[in-house]
Design a protein. Structure first.
Length: 83
């Protein structure tokens, strides 16, 4: 009876050790030292990613219904229309 408890505990310890090794390897693979240092005093106007958002193509309107068929006999579901 005690043999399977011991085996289960060893298996659990092995799984936890493998998980810790994988997590450690993942964290070290991120190479956080190569990232630029964050400027905590920067304002939103100084950040470069918000200056040009690309060409405007209109808005997307989503019409959603939860019925399989609409009362007029049309299919339910969702429809995306670009305006």
């Amino acid at each position: 009876m005690k043999h399977w408890i011991k085996r289960s505990l060893w298996a659990l310890a092995g799984v936890l050790l493998a998980l810790a090794a994988l997590l450690t390897g993942y964290v070290y693979s991120l190479d956080l030292d190569a990232e630029p240092v964050a400027d905590r005093q920067a304002t939103a106007a100084e950040l470069g990613f918000g200056r040009y958002s690309g060409p405007s193509r209109g808005r997307i309107l989503a019409i959603v219904s939860s019925a399989a068929e609409l009362p007029g006999g049309g299919r339910g579901g969702f429809e995306l229309t670009e305006l």
